[in-house]
Design a protein around this ligand. Structure first.
Ligand SMILES: *Cc1c(COP(=O)(O)O)cnc(C)c1O
Length: 394
């Protein structure tokens, strides 16, 4: 935002009490005493890294997960203690800074181990390493066939005092389909990898495999630590199986805006680019000052008769109603057809998504309108949209 003036006609209100209570709920879901790593990558899924990390720790998360090294360092710079794991980096990453900041580092390849060893020697500390195994996701992680060689080198590095292998971990490809055979298949490969690492002489502190979906639906893969991200923010990773409330979760973010222009237009008036929407009658149009540059997906435009645009709730209390975006989502704004008898005025608050508790729209509804997942709706929320923090538990 401009340092001159931070006025903005839209805002994301984040309920830190909801984050805390979601983490408490996830602790309940975690079986066999598994601890919770709250994943706070991607600016806490768009909710704000530091405030959400603090709230997650207050809710009982003993670990924080940051994909990027810079995110892990930002947590430390903010004075956040406890265990932090970082896992996604390329050669040349500032691993010495991470080790010096007492951040646990994932290792998924030989070059990464080499760089962690160099970082450890540079700082005079022992680096805590989690070996990441590709048990079938086909993403980051050492292939099981290459694990013995990586382990041999890790054991050497451990003997020299440079590293300590404290974790083995992996990530599921189809955790949102708990009955899918790959879940059990990956769990088996994981169990084998854990055995190999233990036999190599590592004193493992944590074995971890479960994301949000597996935390909620596959207790058999919780091991010592679960790594929920989306569920920390109160969204369901398995919308086809259950809504947030079914899992004791409350969506933490409310995206709201103040109506800019409200005006009457005649029947058959084209609305927004390409006139993809035309007013069926004389009606009142409302201009909502938030658009795709703020992160609203343009795919949620209301320009296909068979798929309504993203939802916008206008009015409040008993007079609240949810309308679909009329026509194309623009860079900075979307339009809604408030209807011929609208009583809304410029300045009125509208809600694009929120907790859904009052029947209002949710990030999941926007995801459906755009043909994507709720993860993308909150994480792509633009940096220029101010985040405001409230605490519903106060
Ligand atoms: C993002 C991520 C998570 C969290 O995933 P959710 O589906 O949001 O719970 C866990 N582990 C890894 C490796 C990730 O990249």
């Amino acid at each position: 935002m401009s340092p001159v003036n931070s006025y903005y006609p839209a805002r994301a209100v984040v309920d830190l009490g909801a984050v805390r209570s979601n983490v408490r709920a996830l602790r309940e879901h975690a079986s066999g005493g598994a601890e919770v790593m709250a994943v706070v990558k991607a600016d806490a899924y768009g909710h704000g890294l530091v405030p959400c990390a603090r709230a997650a720790v207050e809710g009982g998360a003993t670990w924080l997960g940051a994909a990027q090294v810079a995110e892990a360092l930002a947590l430390r710079a903010a004075g956040i203690g406890g265990r932090v794991l970082t896992w996604l980096y390329a050669p040349g990453a500032p691993l010495a800074e991470a080790v010096a900041a007492d951040v646990d580092v994932s290792v998924a390849a030989g070059w990464a181990l080499d760089e962690v060893v160099v970082a450890a020697r540079a700082t005079g500390r022992t680096a805590r390493v989690h070996v990441k195994v590709d048990t079938g996701l086909g993403r980051n992680g050492v292939m099981p066939d290459d694990l013995p060689e990586l382990l041999a080198r890790a054991v050497e590095a451990q003997a020299s005092g440079a590293v300590e292998v404290v974790g083995v971990w992996s990530h599921l490809a189809l955790a949102d389909q708990p009955d899918h055979p790959t879940v059990v298949g990956q769990a088996d490969v994981f169990a084998h990898a854990v055995r190999l690492v233990e036999e190599a002489g590592a004193h493992l502190e944590v074995r971890h495999l479960a994301n949000s979906a597996a935390t909620l639906t596959s207790p058999g893969v919780h091991h010592d630590l679960v790594r929920p991200g989306l569920a920390v923010y109160g969204l369901s990773p398995v919308p086809h199986l259950g809504a947030p409330a079914d899992y004791g979760l409350v969506p933490a973010m409310t995206l709201e805006a103040s109506l800019a222009t409200v005006k009457r237009v005649p029947a058959d008036h084209g609305v927004s680019y390409a006139h993809a929407y035309r007013t069926p009658t004389s009606t009142v149009l409302g201009v909502v000052p938030i658009g795709y540059s703020d992160g609203l997906p343009r795919h949620a435009s209301g320009d296909l008769p068979e798929r309504p645009g993203g939802p916008v709730q206008v009015g409040s209390g008993a007079s609240a109603r949810t309308l679909a975006v009329a026509g194309r989502v623009c860079m900075d704004q979307v339009m809604v057809d408030l209807g011929p008898d609208a009583r809304e005025a410029a300045g009125d608050r509208v809600v694009l998504f929120g907790s859904g508790e009052d029947g209002g729209p949710t990030a999941e509804d926007w995801a459906r309108a755009a043909g994507t997942i709720s993860y993308e709706i909150t994480t792509r929320l633009g940096a220029r949209v101010p985040r405001a923090y409230v605490d519903g538990e106060d």
